[in-house]
Ligand binder design. Structure first.
Ligand code: ADP
Ligand code: MG
Length: 473
């Protein structure tokens, strides 16, 4: 059954409910409304089939007011009703307000004009039209300015392949993974933009896992998590960035699970990015992880020097500036962490040359590299985290190091564990040891508790956000 099929049947069912509610006699309902068959719904015009001309005339004479208000109720003020009369089974005789058969009838069919957006269907959130869903894509991240190298060849090729025939290739879902700053978000957007260019009618949506979570939490708070799921099930191409951020969020994972299943079954395309391969992800439900492996998992690495040079050249060219080759090479050789840092150095170099009129040479490049690389390498230690958290709550650090069970101490300790897990590369065992001599399970529990509380308690979420800011300051 396709969507239009369902729409007119659903709309007619609702009309029947409305009619039943407003009709005094159940017998009249049985005689005059049950035999009606809905035929189609187009441009806010609902066509119903009635068994005979007599039947039609009777409806128009006795139930015109009820029908009019029913259509207005279900389709809005512009809604129209048209009849199709069965003369014999092979030749239905159409009567419509715009058709040429009106003279045949005593009463003109009801014609109440309406707005299409008022058509309630199980697939649409009231007031939202599928065609109007913004894709949230970043126009700057295209295939054209994504430099191909050994580091990203498979991911790029698979991404490009699905743009040919979204949802129908073997790469569903396409799961792109790799360290930060290596082009996952760029590639994800490029896939979306390319599909939109090739298939303007498809509904493409880019969303970060963080935003997805936020929307889900808000929907639950407002009691409309069903709308949330229905909305996502409308999408033809769903692009979810940084899916590892769903870790530990059971509720959001469940919602995502049903959305994933629905879209996958309907052959809709799903593309996900993550900082790790599905096999190495933690805090994710097994059933989700197994689905992440259904299609293709493709990794992205740090580009080799030649690709780094090509990336720099492309960006320099796009900026319409000239930078000597030896400087480009110097930067490409010096930065071996990720493309974001490579870009960062280039951008500050450009700023220095344009704003401060400095000559771009290796010396200037070296200065910029020292500044940027040092800044981003600033390590956050567990001690620093404990200090920031304790200062915030006004408690001495020694308190979270001992096994106190006082509520505010427990919470501060859990937050320290949570941030240590987020910002340091220490194992859970080490984090536990340094935060009150606890074991790794306590740390895991703490991370989960913090995530859950953030979902349900706004004040707590604000606290976490404020602490995050202080940690990065
Ligand atoms: P990630 O999502 O993996 O953390 P991004 O997609 O945000 O990384 O990439 C970081 C920056 O590096 C972006 O500005 C992006 O345009 C650029 N970048 C990464 N890979 C490439 C590439 N292969 N070609 C051109 N630019 C790239
Ligand atoms: Mg990203």
């Amino acid at each position: 059954m396709n969507e239009t099929d369902l729409n007119y049947k659903v709309v007619w069912d609702r009309c029947l409910t409305y009619i039943k509610d407003n009709l005094k006699s159940p017998q009249a309902f049985k005689t005059w409304f049950e035999p009606i068959k809905p035929m189609k719904l187009e441009n806010s015009t609902l066509t119903i089939q009635v068994p005979s001309t007599f039947f039609y005339e009777w409806l128009e004479e006795h139930f015109i007011t009820l029908l009019r208000s029913t259509i207005k109720h279900e389709l809005g003020p512009d809604g129209r009703l048209e009849y199709s009369i069965v003369m014999d089974t092979t030749n239905p005789y159409e009567i419509s307000s715009t058709g040429g058969h009106r003279a045949e009838t005593k009463n003109a069919p009801i014609a109440i004009p309406v707005q299409p957006k008022n058509i309630p269907t199980p697939f649409l959130i009231p007031g939202l039209q599928k065609a109007k869903i913004p894709s949230r894509l970043n126009e700057n991240y295209s295939f054209d300015n994504f430099v191909e190298g050994d580091c990203n060849r498979l991911a790029r090729a698979a991404g490009f392949a699905i743009t040919e025939n979204p949802g129908k290739s073997a790469f569903n879902p396409l799961f792109i993974y790799g360290d930060t700053g290596l082009g996952k978000t760029h590639l994800l957007n490029a896939i979306g933009l390319q599909i939109k260019a090739k298939y303007p009618d498809l509904t493409v949506l880019y969303v970060s896992a963080e935003y997805f979570t936020q929307q889900f939490v808000d929907a639950c708070r407002n009691g409309n998590s069903n709308n949330f799921t229905n909305f996502y099930q409308l999408i033809d191409v769903l692009l979810i960035d940084d899916v590892h951020k769903l870790a530990g969020r059971e509720g959001t994972q469940n919602a995502f699970f049903s959305i994933f299943n629905h879209l996958h079954q309907s052959q809709k395309q799903i593309v996900l990015t993550s900082d790790k391969a599905p096999a190495n992800m933690t805090g994710m439900e097994a059933r989700l992880l197994s689905r992440f492996k259904w299609g293709l998992a493709a990794d992205i690495h740090m580009p080799d020097v030649e690709t780094r040079i090509a990336i720099l050249q492309k960006k320099i060219h796009a900026n319409g500036v000239d930078i000597p080759d030896d400087v480009i090479e110097y930067i490409a050789y010096s930065i071996n962490t990720n493309v974001r840092e490579l870009e960062g150095v280039l951008n500050s170099l450009l700023a220095q040359s344009i704003l401060n009129k400095k000559t771009i040479d290796i010396d200037l490049a070296k200065q910029m590299i020292d500044q940027i690389v040092q800044n981003s390498k600033k390590d956050i230690s567990i001690d620093f985290i404990k200090k920031v958290v304790c200062e915030y709550f006004g408690i001495p650090v020694s308190e979270i190091n001992v096994s106190s069970r006082k509520r505010e101490i427990v919470q501060a300790r859990q937050l320290a564990m949570y941030f240590a897990k987020q910002h340091t590369k220490n194992s859970l065992a080490i984090i536990g040891m340094q935060c009150g001599n606890k074991d790794h399970a306590t740390v895991l529990y703490a991370c989960k508790a913090v995530n859950n509380l953030m979902d349900t308690n706004k004040t707590f979420r604000t606290t976490v956000e404020e602490l995050s800011k202080r940690l990065k300051a």
